[in-house]
Design a protein around this ligand. Structure first.
Ligand SMILES: [Zn+2]
Length: 413
């Protein structure tokens, strides 16, 4: 699935109507969750049928395009089925019981193939359901020209702190050709560098994230001093939300560039399978949600710097895996045990504390930077994982093999 995004330019009146549509989508989603809570044995089909009941009962729900209503019911169902899944798998901790979505500074409404229309030059979009939102000019839609109209399976209107956006979801897998580089790499992430690879190269931590951290903290403090419900508070909430939006865009930019670079220059990328989220929540409390939503959050923990770089790493990893699929490069997550303790030269265990920055092996005399040594172990483990069946990793083996097959196909073609 490919997603293209453009900013919507319209009048305040139009934005107000978009808000109404977004509110209605949330109302339908929440009503479906409520309906499920009251009738626990129902499934996807009943929820979808319930949409028609809502439309009959509430005039404003009837204003929303019928496929958009269905999409909202599907959202409710995906929250419910995620909860069922977690229960079935007996996932430790919270199971994610479906909750009601609250009124927030961000939100979205999803249309499918009806309720909207593009102009012939594809620079304007018109929403044609009962809200009579009208026509918007779109900024940043160059990519739309490469696709057939019928390829746009979903169109989503997203409200963020700095305006309204439209996303076009294209049902197409992205596959790109790449010459094999005959290189493999292992990656060790840390706080000193963003990562160190098995050739001893390092990528520095994105500095702008640290800088933004300070301004986030300042805004957070100022927000907490304002009176609840006051105009001033609303102003600072929006400022804070914009600051979060900026950070999340910077981080995404960094993650995409770095991941693309590492994937394109290697045939295999190995990294540790760190459960970053758990790690952070156990050690320093809540992870700040800085994702694309730009949601203003209360950042309680004092280790913001660490959680920010953890979030950057999680996102980087997701992009590595994404580009791995796109370019037919094998990506392997290896279990993180002993990667820093073992000697990458002779394989024996050399115990060291976190503060020991240099690996010195008293078995074979090998000396190397601690992270470099770890990266070499990670690569070695990654290669072993891909080469044999039956090794225990959290990565789906068959998935890995199909990816391997993919890269071979690309080599041959
Ligand atoms: Zn050694």
């Amino acid at each position: 699935m490919l997603v293209f995004e453009a900013k919507l330019e319209g009048t305040n009146e139009q934005y107000g109507k978009l808000d109404e549509a977004i509110r209605t989508a949330r109302f339908v989603r929440n009503s479906c969750v409520r309906y499920w809570m009251d009738n626990r044995d129902i499934g996807r089909y009943e929820l979808s049928a319930y949409c028609a009941v809502l439309a009959k009962e509430f005039e404003w729900a009837n204003n929303l395009n019928s496929m958009a209503r269905q999409a909202s019911a599907e959202r409710a169902w995906s929250a419910i089925s995620r909860f069922y899944d977690n229960c079935k798998k007996n996932k430790p901790g919270k199971k994610g019981y479906p909750r009601f979505k609250k009124e927030q500074t961000h939100g979205s409404v999803e249309y499918k193939t009806s309720g909207w229309r593009l102009s012939a030059d594809r620079r304007y979009i018109t929403f044609s359901d009962g809200f009579e939102v009208g026509t918007f000019k779109m900024w940043g839609t160059r990519d739309l020209h490469f696709y057939q109209l019928k390829q746009f399976k979903r169109v989503r209107v997203v409200r963020r702190a700095d305006g309204y956006y439209v996303q076009f979801c294209v049902d197409q897998e992205r596959l790109e050709k790449r010459e094999p580089t005959l290189k493999t790499v292992g990656i060790d992430v840390g706080l000193n560098h963003f990562y160190t690879d098995s050739d001893g190269q390092t990528v520095a931590n994105p500095r702008h994230l640290r800088k933004s951290e300070k301004s986030l903290k300042r805004l957070q403090r100022r927000l907490s001093k304002t009176k609840k419900g006051s105009k001033n508070r609303a102003k600072f909430r929006n400022k804070l939300a914009r600051a979060h939006l900026k950070v999340s865009r910077q981080r995404k930019d960094f993650a995409v560039k770095t991941a693309r670079c590492v994937v394109q220059s290697n045939d295999l990328v190995a990294y540790e399978d760190l459960k970053v989220r758990n790690m952070v929540s156990q050690r320093v409390g809540r992870v700040p949600r800085l994702e694309a939503t730009g949601e203003p959050v209360r950042v309680r923990n004092r280790h913001l710097a660490k959680s920010i770089s953890d979030a950057a790493w999680t996102q980087f990893r997701e992009w590595v895996e994404y580009f791995g699929k796109v370019f037919g490069v094998v990506t392997v997550a290896v279990p993180p045990h002993y990667t820093s303790q073992n000697c990458s030269n002779c394989g024996k265990v050399v115990k060291k504390s976190l503060s020991t920055r240099t690996h010195t092996c008293h078995h074979c005399g090998h000396t190397q930077d601690r992270d470099w040594n770890a990266a070499r172990n990670i690569l070695e483990r990654g290669l072993r994982t891909v080469g044999h069946t039956g090794t225990s990793t959290s990565v789906d083996e068959t998935d890995q093999y199909s990816r391997l097959g993919n890269s071979f196909k690309q080599v041959n073609s």
